[in-house]
Ligand binder design. Sequence first.
Ligand SMILES: [Zn+2]
Ligand SMILES: [Zn+2]
Length: 502
Amino acid sequence: MRAMLLIWLLLLGLMTCFNVTEARPGGGHSSSGHSSSSGSYSSPSYGSFSYNPSFSSGYNNGVSVNTNPAGLVFFLIILIIIIIILKNKTAPQPFVAAPTAINRSRQQSSLKNELDLLKQSDPNFSGILFIDFVHSLYTKFYSYSTHPEFSYLSPFLSTELQQHFEKAAPWTVNEIVINGIRWESISTQGTETESISLVIDANYTLHQQDKATRYTVTERWLFYRQKGLLSAEPDKMQTLCCPQCGAPAHFTDSGECGHCGTVINKGEKQWYLSKRVVLRTTALAASDLVSYAEEQGTQLITIKQDGLAEQMQSYIQQQSLPDWNSFWQPFADDIVKAYFLSIYEHWSQRDWQGVRHLLSDRLYEANSFWLALYAEHDWHNRLDDINISQIVPAKIELDKYYQAITVRIFASCFDYTEDANGKIIGGSKRNRRSYSEYWTFVRRTGKAAHTAPYSLTSCPQCGAPADNMGQTAECGYCGSKISTGEFSWVLFLIMQDDVYEG
Ligand SMILES: [Zn+2]
Ligand SMILES: [Zn+2]
């Protein structure tokens, strides 16, 4: 099994035209958030580009797949497989092994213990906010890269990384989309520092010498900060800013804030990126977006957090509710089901803006990108007759600022992609496709328990129609920023069942 996966991985590496995609915003085009991509790089979730070893038995409508078994290629593949197998025998690589349920559970529980330790010394720490910070830094790291603005980031990068692009020829990177961020480890054991390691799956377009290339990358980012710090307030974590005065990050090489003049030393007030390892880079061909992979993982049992029952208990206590059901029923109906149907309906109608206020910034941006790419080719992904069969609670995370609830949603629909002439180029109008996904909803802690039926079409702060949310989800009537979950639940993350780890 493992060898098979490796073979496919190799094939994918050799022939980058094998980008098997599932349509749907979550089915493929997104999955952002704090735990995407499995520990196994044999079946990573690259958002839209879900490399799926079983694609040949799935749909494969009209997309050219270059499976030329000519002697040389075949020989090369066999050779590389042998090399890989031998290499694996002598040098075990933790990243290639698919995690077993036991390993996964062990990993998750050690991560949870480390997170608990971190929260003991820093009660302000919030995973949701940390991910926001990483997202901002990642985007700026690439968009500034070879440009003079790169120095603005000095307090957030190690000295080595500050010089990272110094010798690079000028280029421009844009369309930076983070599809997934997975926690790898948290360490509070050092005497002077604490660290967090993440694995990030992303895509970006690099423009150099009149040539634009789209890459999909997997990177490990290692963050450090001085031990014993308290995390900054939410508004200082949600944008990249001066930890002292809150002005947008605009630092000199030596870390002096252009606004307040304070010198911010690395790790003294905020996390900084100490090391960045590129684990994988693949150039993508945008024309291969519409082949459909068979759904993976729909039959797997639901991965529930250890101690979920206790978490439910803490949650209803925090919300002063009599029992779990009095929260769960309205939440499942008015939030999960309503959001799910509305988000997919708007996706099908190519009116992503219509659900702007229901989505986190990252989810909105990532899927806007995929939608635009489809539009560019005049392709239209449709999801007809969506039916939700079951919604199961999987995880509850509570911190000082945020509540995050992850549910598994079982659904089915007719999922297909048409070209400009209405010809089906992926999926099927006749075969119903069943799937399940893990959706994580977040909301700021301390908001009143949800009671009245929730209106999806109005601003949760002022009640005006949600028709004027702009790109940033700031209500055009009251000016409130909705996508941070301050006034209502927002969808923070979509993960496929075959990569969700708990
Ligand atoms: Zn400042
Ligand atoms: Zn408003």
